[in-house]
Ligand binder design. Structure first.
Ligand SMILES: C[S@@+](CC[C@H](N)C(=O)[O-])C[C@H]1O[C@@H](n2cnc3c(N)ncnc32)[C@H](O)[C@@H]1O
Length: 297
């Protein structure tokens, strides 16, 4: 029968058993490290983004943080918003939206290293519960839930995106650093350190012929004709058989306002557009305020 050996004898024997046993012992010794490897890998910092890293439709150059704040403030971002940055780079815009305004935010970015870096920075900033990043192409990813969209893309990319942006829910705010949406003029501008950002509010569809009538006792009716180009509206209201010049008309998202003059009497309409209907309040000089509704012919 083989006698149990001392530790020293066992060590000496193992020396004599050659590389096979030695490598087995090394493997056993390394087991805790092997088990921890996924965790160690997860903790490895994401590579620092490099300015000018090429991208599919634009390379990575960030919007300066002062400008990010100025643009988000201009858009009146709140915690009820869902801010989506198209081509989110190092993630600063969604992270700042979450951190400064408490918003839900999403970054869509094609470069996997930038996505990994953004996720790491969102955790560091303590906003990972409300700020997400996904790897995806902005031309193939659904962002229709957004209430605010941010962009720093070339004019040709903006041109391609414009039809989709214009079809977003009326009232959606669009922010772009430096580059514009061509003939769709901005509603407002933001300035920071001599550079500019722009805000557009997606307009409701308001063009066409509308039948307007007041609600309640002794109703009056009006025929309203509106021509629309992006957020600009022009046209006329017919009162008492005559077209009244309409001026100072504005459309911001779903909110519409227009005024008609009948001699000295002003007809001030304010309201909202929803599909083929409108509703709001009418104030005629010297008369109590009334409700009005309209339907598109
Ligand atoms: C000019 S940087 C803007 C980064 C960030 N939005 C900002 O303002 O700080 C453009 C970013 O879009 C990314 N990008 C380019 N084409 C893209 C595409 N088709 N889909 C998603 N991301 C894209 C680039 O990798 C880059 O990070």
């Amino acid at each position: 029968m083989r006698k149990p050996c001392t530790d020293a004898e066992a060590a000496a024997r193992s020396e004599n058993h050659g590389p096979a046993l030695r490598s087995r012992r090394a493997f056993i010794a390394a087991l805790p490290l092997i088990a921890a490897a996924p965790a160690l890998r997860a903790q490895a910092p994401a590579p620092e983004p490099e300015l000018g890293t090429p991208g599919k439709d634009a390379g990575w150059i960030p919007t300066p943080t002062g400008m990010v704040e100025a643009m988000l403030e201009l858009a009146g971002v709140t915690k009820s918003d869902y801010v989506v940055d198209l081509g989110s780079g190092d993630g600063r815009i969604p992270i700042l939206a979450g951190k400064l305004f408490g918003s839900q935010a999403l970054g869509i970015e094609l470069n996997g290293d930038l996505v990994a870096y953004s996720i790491q920075e969102a955790k560091r900033a303590g906003v990972a519960d409300r700020v997400q990043f996904i790897r995806g192409d902005i031309f193939a990813t659904d962002y229709s839930r957004a209430t605010v969209i941010t962009l720093f893309m070339t004019p040709s990319v903006l041109r391609r995106l414009r039809p989709k942006l214009l079809a977003m829910k009326p009232g959606t705010r669009i922010l772009s650093y430096l580059f514009a949406l061509e003939e769709w003029e901005p509603d407002e501008w933001a300035w920071s350190e001599g550079m500019h950002g722009m805000l557009w509010v997606v307009p409701a569809s308001a063009g066409g012929h509308w039948q307007v009538r007041t609600v309640g006792a002794s109703p009056s009716s009006y025929a309203l004709r509106l021509a629309q180009r992006f957020q600009k509206i022009d046209g006329a209201v017919r009162i008492g058989g005559a077209d009244r010049p309409r001026w100072d008309a504005t459309l911001r998202g779903e909110r519409i306002r227009f005024t008609a003059l009948e001699g000295e009497r002003r007809h001030d309409f304010t309201g909202t557009v929803a599909g083929d209907g409108m509703a709001g309040l009418l104030h005629v000089t010297g008369e109590p305020q009334r409700q009005w509704i309209a339907s598109r012919a």
